[in-house]
Ligand binder design. Structure first.
Ligand SMILES: [Mg+2]
Length: 151
């Protein structure tokens, strides 16, 4: 980890966006929370530089930069792709890149998407790994119970 701000890289497809290009629940809230804690937030994607995602989903104010993500030999290819520093924490549905840098592996978003809470794990992981104190998104509530436990 560098001595500067914490560098947090989010994958786009199947991490922040669903298969049909909807923003995953809590994507904006979690990114806003990470940025507000003083970390630098980046987007990267194996499909290229995705600034359109930052603008389309109203994330621009929280994003420092966007890069193309190396799909293999992750660390070795950073310089080749113009990425000036290694991430401290990556958020991705792909396990290989999470193992390469450390981070949070999220499940691919599944229906019913409104019950999806996967991105909230990022807040817990950044707290555990780096001691970052992150505000919980307002409006957060636990997912509905899968079974009935009423008395
Ligand atoms: Mg992905």
């Amino acid at each position: 980890m560098s001595s500067g701000p914490l560098l947090v890289y989010f994958d786009v497809d199947d991490t922040l966006l669903t298969w049909n290009k909807r923003l995953r629940p809590f994507a904006r809230e979690v990114i806003a929370s990470v940025a507000s804690a003083g970390a630098e937030v980046y987007l990267w994607s194996g499909a290229g530089v995705r600034w359109e995602v930052a603008y389309t989903y109203d994330l621009r104010e929280f994003i420092v930069d966007c890069y193309e993500k190396p799909l293999s030999r992750h660390r070795e290819r950073l310089a080749e792709l113009g990425i000036p520093h290694a991430p401290d924490h990556v958020v991705d549905d792909d396990g290989d890149i999470v193992r390469a840098f450390g981070g949070t592996q999220v499940t691919v978003p599944l229906e019913p998407i409104e019950d999806d809470r996967a991105l909230l794990q990022v807040l817990d992981d950044l707290h555990t790994r780096f001691g970052l104190v992150l505000p919980r998104p307002t409006g957060w509530s636990p997912p509905p119970p899968s079974g009935l436990h009423e008395k």
